[in-house]
Design a protein around this ligand. Structure first.
Ligand code: GRF
Length: 202
């Protein structure tokens, strides 16, 4: 069993690269069919080109509204028979135009233990709050900001000698493991959504 996925990213693309690496290593049975990116200069685009993955780049400021650029994205996703969308550092809020057609088929990785620290700069928010435990969440996407049903979470301790940089590096390592694992579970049909609760079958 495999699945055609699109990854949405706006920046560095280390999570995108982790998905590519897992696919190439044979541990993730997906076809990474498309990268969607809202920033023509983002380093993630080079990673896609190097891996031979098609890229759809758009510039939000060339559109009158979010709905308009999302309509174009949805058209592209439908043309390409995309079955699952993975938001991996996509720094834009979504509207119903994109969320509704892909309800239950769109996930996001977030660098905190939601519902704590949603939104931008989550690692910095957690650091400044002085938490002793933080982590990574992978969740389904709904209309809110990092509010959808939680699929998986992995915690990690904040060490006494951590800096925000060392903590950030460990959080990224966890993301790079957890996100491909969750995608693999979805592809295997093991992830069941029941209202707000998600059950992962063993
Ligand atoms: C990750 O920390 C992800 O959780 C957040 O944005 C960051 C993207 O990093 N949503 P990268 O582009 O995958 O390196």
């Amino acid at each position: 069993m495999t699945m055609r996925i699109a990854v949405f990213a706006s920046g560095t693309g280390s999570n995108f690269q982790a998905i590519i690496d897992a696919e190439r290593a044979g541990t993730l049975p997906v076809n990474i069919a498309l990268l969607v990116c809202d920033k023509p200069q983002a380093p993630v685009i080079g990673k896609a080109e190097q891996a031979g993955i098609p890229v759809y780049v758009f510039e939000p400021k060339q559109y009158a509204s979010r709905e308009e650029y999302e309509q174009d994205i949805v058209r592209k996703l439908q043309q390409m028979d995309i079955e699952l969308i993975v938001l991996a550092g996509y720094m834009r809020l979504l509207t119903a135009t994109l969320v509704e057609p892909y309800a239950g088929r769109m996930i996001n990785v977030h660098p905190s233990l939601l519902p704590s620290f949603p939104g931008m700069r989550a690692i910095e928010q957690a650091w400044q709050a002085g938490v002793k435990v933080t982590g990574v969440t992978v969740h389904f996407v709904d209309g809110g900001m990092d509010t959808g049903p939680i699929i998986a979470q992995q915690s990690l301790a904040v060490h006494e000698d951590d800096t925000i940089d060392s903590l950030t590096a460990r959080i990224h390592e966890v993301e790079h493991q957890l996100l491909p694992q969750v995608i693999a579970a979805i592809v295997a049909g093991k992830v069941k959504l029941d209202g707000r609760r998600v059950v992962i079958l063993q």
